[in-house]
Design a protein around this ligand. Structure first.
Ligand SMILES: Cc1cc2nc3c(=O)[nH]c(=O)nc-3n(C[C@H](O)[C@H](O)[C@H](O)COP(=O)(O)OP(=O)(O)OC[C@H]3O[C@@H](n4cnc5c(N)ncnc54)[C@H](O)[C@@H]3O)c2cc1C
Length: 318
């Protein structure tokens, strides 16, 4: 195989975004993935742009800023992408400093207490992008295929299977890297969400650090996602009725628009968390693996920035 041939492991948002950018640079790309969309963790996310549960902060700011600009230029103007602009507000029940991700956005504001739900005294607000995953993942997959990318369902038990015949392998297996690359630094943070019928509420609002954490309301195009949970090292993919009850109770505390809801679904996913995103080269003899995993609660938010970083590393190998 030539160095222009790249094998990507994983078909979530990280694998597909990386594939798209590599194809645009003229590489031939093939994906192997244990699960294909719509059966990936990425399909369970809501998802809105916000650098949540991800590190290191300096790189996450750079990657998320790149992603926001990329989405504005390449997805927002495409009606098939499932992307729309949404106001995103994170509320706090204590005074806070400036957001660590401030340089990723063009602007943000600090709403005053009278604009916030009862019990909150401070907030960050910015205009961000919602990627409705029920539409966005299909759009991303078709973009990947239109550009000539191919994919097949295949579970790897060892990285040697990928290295045989492929000089460059990109690892976007998320939580799968725990076994495939013996990386115990990547661990699950369980997220359960409840889907309700649209009720006219149109802003994303979240409490991640306050007395109702984690509560998040994410109005999408055809439903509203109410979250959620962030339970480290909980591997359960079962719906927990206690979590459902908590989610519905806490949504009401952020907005009375959710005093009555029409529940239409529930989902659970395991965020691939890590103390920091792993985006680096690893040599296996004369073969190279470029890692791109461990995006925690921000896989969409970091997706195009990380993909672009992978492309830079691959080009340096040429
Ligand atoms: C409830 C919930 C809400 C979320 N909301 C948001 C949000 O609003 N904004 C945001 O930015 N992020 C959000 N996230 C986080 C986001 O979903 C993840 O960070 C992101 O999906 C990770 O994408 P990934 O492509 O790296 O991994 P995944 O989507 O997990 O994809 C991994 C791929 O690797 C494959 N794979 C794994 N092991 C192997 C193997 N051994 N062999 C072959 N293939 C393998 C899998 O089958 C899959 O195809 C949310 C997550 C959850 C659970």
């Amino acid at each position: 195989m030539s160095d222009k041939h790249i094998l990507i492991l994983g078909a979530g948002v990280s694998g597909l975004s990386t594939g798209v950018l590599l194809l645009k640079e003229g590489f031939n790309v093939h994906i192997w993935a244990k699960d294909l969309p719509p059966n990936t963790t990425s399909n369970i996310a809501a998802a809105f742009w916000y650098p949540y549960l991800c590190n290191p902060k300096d790189k996450a700011t750079e990657w998320s800023g790149f992603t926001l600009r990329y989405l504005k230029q390449n997805a927002l103007n495409d009606p098939n992408s499932g992307c729309i602009t949404r106001s995103v507000t994170e509320v706090f029940d204590k005074k806070v400093g400036e957001p660590w991700w401030a340089n990723a956005v063009e602007s943000y504001s600090r709403p005053t207490q009278d604009k916030l739900p009862d019990g909150y005294i401070d907030a960050y607000q910015t205009e961000a992008i919602l990627m409705d995953t029920t539409i966005y993942m299909d759009w991303l997959l078709s973009l990947y295929k239109q550009l000539g990318g191919t994919l097949e369902q295949k579970e790897l038990k060892s990285v040697d299977e990928a290295l045989a015949g492929n000089p460059i392998v990109i690892n976007c297996t998320g939580l799968g890297s725990r076994e495939l690359f013996n990386d115990e630094r990547v661990y699950p943070v369980r997220g359960q969400v409840v889907l309700v019928k649209p009720n006219g509420f149109e802003e994303v609002i979240a409490d991640d650090e306050g007395h109702n954490n984690l509560t998040v309301i994410i109005p999408r195009l055809n439903d509203i996602v109410l979250g959620g949970t962030a339970q480290p090292n909980n591997w359960s993919l079962e719906i927990d009725p206690k979590d459902t009850e908590d989610i519905l109770r806490k949504a009401k505390l952020l907005s009375s628009a959710f005093n009555e809801v029409d529940v239409i679904g529930q989902k659970v996913g395991l965020r691939p968390a890590r103390d920091e995103v792993r985006l680096e080269l690893e040599k296996f003899g004369d073969k190279t693996v470029v890692h791109n995993y461990g995006h925690g609660g921000a896989g969409y938010t970091l997706s195009w920035g990380c993909a672009n970083n992978v492309v830079q590393l691959v080009k340096e190998l040429q």
